[in-house]
Design a protein around this ligand. Structure first.
Ligand code: GUN
Ligand code: ZN
Length: 434
């Protein structure tokens, strides 16, 4: 049994629904046994109740102004796109053709796939991300290698083979039959193994025939507990092409809906240009929109209508969208979400508690993992990130003098980065630092 002593903050409820959702403890105690949280509260109270527990004091020798947060949950991030990060200056379809698809074509090479899998998983852990919904490679061998390394990393990873059978480039195309067969092998090998889960992952309707979407539906229905993820309504040009390819569909969402791919465990990335019908239907199916504000800014895709999603009852989480986005940092993603809502007409003002929720519990809920992770409630796994700025940095100065926990949290989102990540745990196991 370990008793972690630190200032901590978490959101065991949604601040979009509950005004007092942010829970904080300036001198907190978190009791962990076998990777599970057994007790939480003020340090002295937990200490008195469990006097024999080994105390792990995270405050440092000088009681540095660190904070323990639930591990971040990134609900949209691409494994084979680490090396295209920073490709600024293009809208989606041009960026795919010129930067990204040529890079993804390299993953037929096992050595290449292995090297990038390591870079990708290190990128997640070093930024404090403990759970991620990962778009895989189009090559089954690369996805297999990725899962093997993900298992060794200790992170919670939900991932799948990216699937397409048209309009990308020949090396990246499969057939419905092959997609199904390779998917069966991957799901049987990895789904439910340790902290790994499988996500059925057609890239987007633009590159998926109806036959391929039907194969996805078959794989999904034959894999209990599998998740579904794809892209939707990201870019106006993309949407126009999809409309032409699916003349029978009512809208973009309907291309997935008709195939039977939508449900409580479906996560659709972007959804910037959503219609009212699409939002109502997503709410009815209880799917999630993964908002990726850095990517939306970088690719000039548009402003995410957060207020419309929430008003319609659509669940929203956050994703970095590496490599259309700007890196693995979920703090940066939260800040960019805040900026965009500040700037857009009809934007929703976001508090630091909203940002923390979006980076943690909202992601767990998107993945239907809220029973295991997302906050520090008793019974959940100890998935955590310890953020502690170096003395002398602006973040350290602001945190030391901050008036109250909301100011500390705002400073973390504004000034924090991977440089401030000291240690990261998943299920009580250290996966970074320490
Ligand atoms: N739509 C289809 N593929 C992609 C991708 O790789 N990144 C983004 N942002 N959108 C996509
Ligand atoms: Zn994406």
């Amino acid at each position: 049994m370990k008793l972690y002593r630190a200032a901590f903050m978490h959101t065991p409820a949604s601040p979009f629904r509950q005004a007092d959702a942010l829970h904080t403890e300036e001198d907190g105690g978190l009791l962990v046994d076998g990777g599970t949280i057994l007790a939480i509260g003020g340090f002295s109270g937990v200490r008195a109740a469990y006097p024999d527990a080994e105390v792990v004091d995270l405050r440092g020798p000088d009681s540095s102004p660190g904070v323990l947060l639930p591990g971040f949950i990134d609900t949209h991030v691409h494994y084979p796109q680490v090396r295209v990060l920073g490709g600024l200056g293009m809208p989606l379809l041009e960026w795919l053709e010129r930067h990204t698809l040529p890079e993804e074509a390299k993953f037929g090479d096992a050595e290449y796939a292995r090297a990038v899998a390591g870079e990708f998983l290190a990128g997640l852990a070093s930024h404090g991300t403990t759970t991620a919904l990962v778009f895989g490679s189009h090559f089954a061998g690369a996805v297999d290698e990725f899962f093997a390394q993900a298992a060794a990393s200790g992170l919670r990873i939900v991932a799948g083979q990216a699937l397409a059978d048209r309009m990308l480039r020949p090396e990246l195309h499969t057939t419905p039959e092959r997609a199904y067969e390779e998917g069966r092998v991957l799901t049987l090998r990895w789904h439910g193994q340790g902290r790994l889960l499988y996500a059925v992952t057609p890239r987007f309707s633009l590159s998926a025939s109806e036959g391929l979407l039907d194969a996805c539906a078959a794989l999904l229905s034959e894999t209990p507990g599998a998740r579904f993820t794809s892209h939707i309504n990201e870019n106006v040009q993309e949407i126009a092409v999809v409309r032409g390819l699916f003349p029978e569909a009512r809208d973009y969402l309907d291309t997935y809906e008709r195939a039977g791919l939508l449900g409580r465990r479906s996560v659709l990335a972007h959804n910037i240009h959503a219609t009212g019908r699409e939002l109502d239907s997503m709410a009815a199916h209880r799917c999630t929109a993964a908002h990726c504000p850095c990517s939306n800014s970088s690719l000039g895709s548009g402003f995410f209508p957060l207020a419309r999603h929430l008003a319609a009852g659509v669940h929203v989480s956050l994703g970095t969208d590496v490599g259309g986005g700007t890196g693995f940092g979920m703090l940066k993603e939260g800040l960019q979400a805040y900026f965009m809502q500040q700037l857009m007409p009809g934007g929703m003002p976001l508090s630091p508690a909203h940002l923390l929720y979006l980076c943690t519990l909202a992601g767990a809920e998107a993945l239907d993992l809220q029973g295991q992770t997302g906050d520090f409630s008793v019974g959940k796994a100890f998935d955590a990130v310890h953020l502690s700025p170096l003395a002398g940095t602006p973040l350290s100065a602001v945190m030391e003098h901050a008036q109250g926990p909301e100011r500390v949290l705002a400073a973390l989102f504004t000034l924090g980065s991977s440089a401030d990540v000291r240690q990261v745990w998943v299920g009580g196991d250290t996966v970074y630092g320490g």
